[in-house]
Design a binder for this molecule. Structure first.
Ligand SMILES: *Cc1c(COP(=O)(O)O)cnc(C)c1O
Ligand code: SF4
Length: 349
């Protein structure tokens, strides 16, 4: 039902890329992004919650700003402070509790910077930090303390990054990451992807993005055209932690990707109080598959400073993994992995 409408909207924004619609028309994704919540007071009033009753961590919200799209917020249950989607974005006092093993550079990314903007940790795959920006700020983000200003791929750094990839003939796959690479315009992404296509030993393009989920209108026809006209095989890896995150709009975005012949995988993070139980994980995997997404990774929390309250012990993770094995078909079970600095791959639990 929603899909034909979405297609109309997208072709519309193609004809009119500046987004100069009349006041009654649906906003383009950029306008929608700009209209997201950056004030907790506004979000609480939207959710019909009383902000004076909740101890907000103002200091944490200054260091790593509160930010959420209206689309994601519309899937939070009104009046429920324990909603699993709300928990992912709410700066609470527990963020100031920092055990010594929760640090600023938890997975050794700083050591893996080959040239500015390029993380080359694993064989055959190079990851580009396209931008530091995101449409949503997830409180558990492992890059919440990452020095993006120095590392993200500015125009000046791009030439050196591409030169690095050209010189490493062992790189078969380029991963666009960030931040969220899809907050860039189709023009910017198209230019970058064209340069990558110019490197003949690169065969695959992977895009790590939370936008198909938090801002589904981003998957517009201009973007689909870039990928479907590319000689590179494209994979989009989305980031969905809870089945409630998949509404009709998100499912529509995923089916547009699938119809354009793009594989869609999911990576989730195991988060205390959000998805650390068999019922939720089972529902997540089944809902993902129904929407055309294969569960890929379930990451154990990276120990980033400020995220300790989301941590699930390794023993509990193992128990969850065992139980899922006895509940779900093998192809619906994501790989449980941790990331350890200096290792040649992500480490299975
Ligand atoms: C996770 C990650 C990848 C991709 O790893 P896969 O196991 O292929 O999904 C590549 N580069 C970096 C730096 C990563 O963190
Ligand atoms: S979308 Fe990804 S990179 Fe952005 S804040 Fe969330 S976890 Fe971090």
């Amino acid at each position: 039902m929603k899909t034909p409408l979405d297609i109309n909207r997208n072709s519309d924004s193609m004809i009119n890329p500046a987004g100069l619609h009349g006041s009654n028309s649906i906003p383009t994704w950029q306008q929608e992004l700009a209209r997201g919540f950056s004030s907790l007071i506004d979000l609480f009033s939207f959710l019909e919650l009383d902000i004076s009753e909740f101890p907000i961590n103002a200091e944490a919200a200054r260091e790593f700003p509160f930010k959420v799209t209206r689309s994601f917020a519309s899937r939070i249950k009104k009046g429920d402070i324990n909603d699993p989607l709300l928990k992912q974005v709410l700066p609470i006092l527990a963020e100031s509790v920092n055990p010594v093993d929760f640090v600023n550079n938890p997975v050794g990314d700083l050591e893996a910077i080959a040239v500015p903007g390029v993380l080359h940790k694993y064989a055959g795959r190079a990851l580009l930090i396209v931008t530091g920006g995101c449409a949503i700020n997830c409180r558990y983000c492992f890059r919440r303390n990452f020095p993006y200003t120095d590392t993200q791929l500015s125009k000046q750094k791009r030439a050196a990054a591409l030169e690095y990839i050209r010189n490493r003939i062992d790189i078969k796959e380029v991963i666009l990451s960030g931040g969220d690479p899809l907050i860039q315009s189709n023009q910017q992404l198209g230019d970058l992807i064209k340069e990558i296509e110019g490197v003949s030993h690169v065969h695959r393009l992977r895009i790590h993005s939370r936008l198909p989920n938090v801002l589904p209108s981003r998957i517009d026809s201009g973007f689909l055209k870039i990928l479907s006209h590319s000689r590179l095989k494209s994979v989009v890896v989305v980031h969905i932690n809870h089945p409630n995150e998949l509404d009709q709009q998100v499912k529509g975005a995923v089916s547009r990707l699938r119809r354009a012949n793009i594989s869609v995988f999911n990576q989730a993070v195991l988060l205390r109080g959000v998805n650390d139980n068999v019922k939720t994980l089972t529902a997540l995997c089944e809902t993902l598959f129904d929407a055309g997404i294969l569960p890929y990774y379930l990451h154990l929390l990276d120990k980033a400073k400020g995220s300790h309250h989301f941590n699930v012990s390794v023993a509990e993770c193992k128990k969850l993994q065992d139980t899922l094995r006895s509940t779900l078909p093998g192809y619906l079970i994501p790989k449980f992995v941790t990331e350890q600095a200096g290792k040649a791959n992500k480490i299975p639990l």
